[in-house]
Ligand binder design. Structure first.
Ligand code: 8YV
Length: 310
């Protein structure tokens, strides 16, 4: 069962190798029926960051053996239920780390140097009519804070080091083998950062980890970059802070109710808004698809899974 048409190569390959059910073939109000009608045949679910496998879906598929997600984030999969029912779960780590870390740095620079806004300035003819663009903020050498020092967080740190930034981080526990400064308290990290990157997994603990207090600690010159999940951020609080000028700027690849983006952000010049494209390159999406296929193949051949989570 493929839950969402997220990648045509993966869809083709799944169609070639399996009996493929496409969840989007049935309208949302008929999906329960659709799942019930096909439940005796569905042994695997391929989900993504858009549509995963929630508790109801898992319960409606008694023959389900494996969920292979076309994503590194598994917040849309009920992992506890999978553990209880002995359903295997895989994701797509590593292959997307470079792209997401590249995009994070790109978003920081775009937001601070106002690259997208400057491009709009040229296209609108304002360069001719108004003269040069206003001055922007420097990125090199700034204090970078990273929430979550996993694969992507480390990728961001490594890149930011090349820009002579000082790197600090917050996570549940201090990481061995890094010289980056650890802040057990997120408010302290935000107070001591010019740019704060969200790069942790979305869990109950990290839901709305960016709240009003963190935003205010980052402050009027601070920039928030979110390449994690929209729900890491209390979005109404972020919007308020940006509108009221309590936060310097934000580079956002993810939103709480994608594809909806808060209307108030559209007119702001201190934000850069992207449509969840962190892993969205031809190269990486193909590697992600191949990893999903390889995990499914390993499962049916009773070999060790390549990237098991459960
Ligand atoms: C994808 C993602 O955009 O890996 C993740 O967690 O959010 C992204 O790689 C997504 O799975 C495709 O919808």
């Amino acid at each position: 069962l493929f839950t969402y048409p997220v990648d045509s190569y993966l869809e083709e390959e799944l169609g070639r190798r399996c009996k493929l059910f496409r969840l989007w073939d049935s309208p949302p109000e008929k999906r329960k029926e659709f799942l019930r009608a096909n439940s005796s045949q569905i042994r695997a679910v391929v989900g993504s960051a858009v549509v995963g496998a929630d508790s109801d879906m898992i319960d409606s598929l008694p023959k389900l053996e494996i969920i292979a997600s076309f994503s590194v984030g598994l917040d849309k999969v009920d992992l506890d239920k999978c553990r209880k029912k002995g359903i295997r779960v895989t994701n797509t780590p590593d292959v997307l780390t470079d792209d997401v870390a590249d995009l994070a740095i790109g978003l920081a620079i775009c937001t601070m140097r106002q690259i997208c806004q400057s491009d709009r300035f040229v296209r609108s003819g304002a360069w001719l009519s108004k003269g040069g663009y206003r001055l922007t903020s420097k990125f090199s050498g700034k204090r970078v804070g990273i929430i979550g020092l996993g694969r992507i967080g480390l990728g961001i740190a490594k890149r930011a080091e090349a820009f002579n930034c000082t790197i600090s981080y917050h996570s549940r526990t201090e990481k061995p083998n890094t010289n980056y400064k650890y802040y057990p308290n997120l408010i302290n990290l935000a107070t001591n950062s010019d740019v704060l990157f969200v790069a942790c997994a979305l869990t109950e603990d990290t839901h709305h980890i960016i709240n009003r207090d963190v935003i205010d600690a980052l402050g009027t010159n601070g920039v928030l970059v979110n390449i994690g999940r929209g729900s890491h951020v209390d979005e109404p609080e972020l919007v308020k802070a940006l509108v009221e000028g309590r936060l310097g700027g934000a580079g956002l690849d993810v939103f709480e109710n994608e594809p909806e983006v808060p209307e108030e952000l559209i007119g702001l010049d201190n934000v850069v808004l992207l449509p969840h494209v962190g892993s969205g390159t031809v190269e990486t999406r193909k590697e992600m698809a191949n990893l999903v296929l390889a995990n499914l193949e390993a499962h049916v051949q009773k070999k060790p899974l390549l990237t098991p989570v459960v």
